[in-house]
Ligand binder design. Structure first.
Ligand code: SDX
Length: 433
């Protein structure tokens, strides 16, 4: 059936016609831009479960079919043939780079990798147990203090590109320095002779006493994981980046806010929670049936972390790819990790259980990713930092798309007030006990 041009809404005896818009992938929306002006009604949709915040050409996902494409290219093809830096260019600039474009992009990333020496001192003021996401979000915002020329609103395209390449290059340095601080090791500076991911791994794991041997298996695994985390439409953290950026706050502030949103255990923080859950199950004898029952028990706060998704009501295509990569990477590294078997057993058990099947709860991107990070030697409390590094180009691409939109408006949702109605001030002596 053809998509109608309008939707009719009858309110208080009057019929209103609201325009319908359809995206390039056939997604349909009722445009309520004029609803309040015409009807004095607003809509209410807690958690924005049915609300589109914007149109976007960056990423498309189909939650029923388990489809995920960046600028139209399926993630399966990008995982097989691309690198994280090339996917970053694709997400931010909208096309795969030509050889010349990519070498220029890579050169800028390489040139802008150092952070101001002053910034190193900031790390020493955090207590050792500080969560790396706390450090990362504040250090990203602090970067802006060293680029006063890059925090103004309405940047020129060149200024915007300069901010973007600095962000892409320096955030991985801040992440590596946060890790080194947490383990009490000396910072390792970026090296211009190393490619993006190898450079990051070297900053994370090299120590002055001995060079870090860059293992191509690990570089490939990290590229794959970061590609799979690179963007995901209007998820919580991306919506936060857009919300903050819509006030024309600079990119540093917007990304710092996105990092904070990602930190939550219902969002990016889940990858840390998954491994902690699997370790708990392992310590408890490895029997996962008990935990399936706990997850189903409404009186128990326990959730099967890494399961379920707001949009994917079938399998999360990223989880499928990461699950396979788990076996490959651990075999190649010669690692047997018992929690991988526990994870597989949990998945198998859950997918047979009507509670999960009825609620369409499948493993999401966070369910297996931590097992690979662990095999590489990344500590659990750094997993969400890895998610942030992976999601960075998506946040930037979505911010750039919004900032370049001539019709951009500051995000300012409405509400329905449910508090006390008009009442008088009562002096304290008359308020009683
Ligand atoms: C990410 O948006 C994105 O795209 C996010 C992300 C991205 O790339 O940016 O994909 C990354 O954040 C993945 C999700 C990581 N979070 C987790 O793994 C945490 C565990 N999962 C959940 O808390 C939950 O599934 C959410 C937060 C992911 C989705 O929550 P929704 O859509 O708000 O669904 P809900 O909480 O309303 O749950 C619906 C039902 C409820 O049961 P009923 O009240 O209907 O009886 O499913 C149950 C929930 O109790 N449920 C779970 C469950 N997830 C949902 N029960 C047990 N274990 C779970 N994990």
């Amino acid at each position: 059936m053809a998509t109608p041009k309008t939707a009719k809404l009858e309110l208080e005896g009057k019929v209103y016609e609201l325009p319908i818009i359809e995206g390039t992938e056939g997604e349909k929306a009722i445009d309520i831009t004029k609803l309040r002006a015409e009807t004095n009604y607003i809509t209410l949709d807690s958690g924005y479960m049915n609300t589109g915040a914007c149109t976007s050409a960056v990423t498309f996902l189909d939650g029923e079919k388990g489809v995920l494409r960046y600028r139209g290219i399926p993630i399966e093809e990008l995982c097989a043939s691309s690198t994280f830096l090339e996917v970053s260019f694709l997400l931010i600039y909208g096309h795969l780079p030509t050889t010349e474009e990519f070498s220029k992009f890579r050169e800028k990333i390489r040139y802008h990798s150092l952070i101001h020496e002053d910034l190193k001192n900031y790390f020493n003021n955090y207590p050792g147990q500080a969560h790396p996401m706390a450090i990362l979000s504040s250090m990203v915002c602090s970067l802006s203090a060293y680029y006063p020329e890059l925090i103004k609103a309405d940047q020129t395209p060149d200024e915007r590109d300069g901010t973007i390449t600095r962000m892409l290059s320096k955030v991985r340095v801040l992440a590596a320095f946060a890790y080194k601080r947490s383990v009490g090791q000396a910072f390792v500076y970026p090296r211009n002779d190393l490619m993006y991911m190898a450079n990051f791994l070297n900053m994370m794991f090299a120590v002055p006493a001995e060079p870090y041997e860059i293992d191509p298996v690990i570089v490939k695994a990290m590229d794959l994981l970061f590609i799979l985390h690179a963007d995901h439409e209007q998820n919580c953290s991306t919506s936060t980046v857009r919300m903050v950026g819509s006030s024309k706050a600079n990119l540093f502030a917007s990304i710092s806010a996105g990092i904070c949103a990602l930190w939550g255990p219902l969002h990016g923080g889940a990858n840390q929670e998954v491994v902690e859950m699997l370790e708990m199950i392992q310590k408890d004898g490895g029997g996962y049936k008990k935990y399936i029952d706990k997850a189903k028990d409404k009186n128990d706060n326990f959730r099967l972390m890494g399961f379920g998704h707001r949009v994917y009501k079938n399998f999360d295509p990223r989880a499928k790819i990461i699950k396979k990569a788990c076996d490959d990477v651990l075999n190649k590294l010669g690692i047997h990790d018992p929690i991988l078997e526990i994870a597989k057993g949990l998945e198998e058990e859950a997918l047979k259980d009507s509670y999960f099947v009825e609620r369409k709860l499948y493993p999401n991107v966070d369910f297996y990713s931590g097992i690979i990070y662990r095999a590489i030697g990344i500590p659990t409390n750094m997993f969400t930092v890895m998610f942030a590094l992976g999601r960075l180009p998506g946040w930037i691409g979505q911010w750039k798309e919004m900032i370049e939109d001539k019709n951009m408006k500051i995000c300012r949702p409405r509400q329905i007030y449910t508090g006390e109605v008009n009442r008088k001030y009562v002096p304290i002596e008359k308020r009683g006990s």
